[in-house]
Design a protein. Structure first.
Length: 135
């Protein structure tokens, strides 16, 4: 964990974070911590000039910081319309103004739902079955 309670960043993520001034840096680190807590085993990477999280090789979501807000991208918001409405700015995008507290429970619910969707879509392995010999 880094000094902000978020995962230790990769060199690309660290370079991105170095360019994020406070208070956006603290907010983006909070989002990183929330995503990591909701999806243990998620891998933090850097893609599309944003912090990206992958779970079982699939995109879990993206985290970004701007001058006046942080954002969570790539989420299915439909099951969470009521809670997401104040932050929704587009399909799958939530913006959190820097002067407001990030709704941690909402972020974690969204991430868990995405994690569960990835797990549900994963092909199931058949345990204990050997390859059949040719007939």
């Amino acid at each position: 964990m880094d000094g902000h309670g978020a995962p230790d960043p990769s060199p690309a993520v660290a370079a991105y974070l170095a360019g994020v001034p406070e208070p956006a840096r603290a907010a983006v680190d909070e989002l990183r911590r929330l995503v990591s807590a909701a999806a243990p085993g998620a891998v933090e990477t850097f893609s599309y000039r944003m912090i990206s999280f992958r779970y079982r090789g699939k995109v879990l979501g993206y985290v970004g910081a701007r001058e006046a807000h942080t954002a969570l991208y790539g989420m299915d918001l439909s099951p969470f319309e009521a809670g997401a409405a104040p932050y929704r700015t587009g399909k799958g995008t939530l913006r959190f103004p820097l002067h407001q507290q990030i709704p941690g429970s909402l972020v974690q619910e969204l991430v868990r739902a995405r994690r569960d969707a990835i797990e549900a879509a994963a092909p199931r392995r058949r345990h204990g079955s050997a390859a059949r010999p040719p007939a």
